[in-house]
Design a protein around this ligand. Structure first.
Ligand code: AMP
Length: 219
């Protein structure tokens, strides 16, 4: 199944995708992670994307589509994938629909207060992108990733001023995708209004919703 996880920055879509993708044996494709990898490797795409990411702005479509297209053409995507952070605009969704058919869109709906609290305390592994939280989900060893022992950092775009910009852009440009996919009949809403809910429980709620949707569309 080709899936999109939709939600504001900090809604937990990346955390959920990183738990669900291995269970389904499909890749978790985060365009944000692809950009961060390119920035780390100092590629041309990385240098171009960095200018926008640092300001909390969207990277122009030509660059995002190029990087996404290359990734979904890889062999491991044949049985499906989870897209996280793409599409982020109606124009990206339209371009995506010319490349592939999406089966389901999970919209992770989280109140704004929780989003701000999460983003301000979010810390991530510089190497593998694993997401932690400095309040209630700290790495076991201080400053080191549980998964790969990489260095734990605060993403530069998780600073308060940049967070505000990213949320504004989400409201203006990404939230209209909810109606776009609802009109196509493939949207499933998941409400996450409890900051203390363990990530595994949220992931299970999403899995249940995907299975229910799949049973309904197959019967
Ligand atoms: P994320 O890790 O999904 O929060 O993405 C981090 C940053 O990468 C975003 O704030 C954007 O600057 C950029 N980015 C990621 N995905 C996209 C996309 N689909 N379109 C435009 N910019 C993106």
């Amino acid at each position: 199944m080709k899936k999109i996880f939709l939600g504001a920055p900090g809604s937990g879509k990346g955390t959920a995708a990183s738990r669900i993708a291995p269970k389904r044996n499909i890749p978790h494709i985060s365009t944000g992670d692809l950009f961060r990898e390119n920035i780390k490797k100092e590629t041309l795409i990385g240098a171009e994307a960095k200018k926008y990411i640092e300001r909390g702005e969207l990277v122009p479509d030509e660059i995002v589509i190029e990087i996404l297209k290359k990734r979904i053409q890889q062999k491991d995507c044949q049985n499906g994938f989870i897209l996280d952070g793409f599409p982020r605009t109606i124009s990206q969704a339209e371009k995506l629909s010319k490349l592939i058919d999406i089966d389901i869109v999970i919209n992770i709906n989280v109140p704004k207060e929780i989003i701000i609290q999460r983003l301000s305390s979010r810390i991530t592994c510089k190497e593998c992108g694993e997401i932690f939280n400095s309040i209630d989900y700290k790495p076991k060893e201080d400053g080191k990733c549980d998964k790969c022992k990489g260095e734990i950092i605060k993403r530069p775009d998780d600073e308060p001023k940049i967070i505000q910009n990213r949320l504004k852009i989400y409201e203006e440009q990404t939230a209209p995708l909810i109606e776009f996919y609802n009109n196509k009949g493939i949207l499933q809403n998941i409400l996450c209004d409890n900051i203390n809910k363990p990530a595994d429980e949220t992931a299970q709620l999403i899995i249940n919703s995907i299975e229910k949707f799949a049973n309904r569309t197959q019967s």
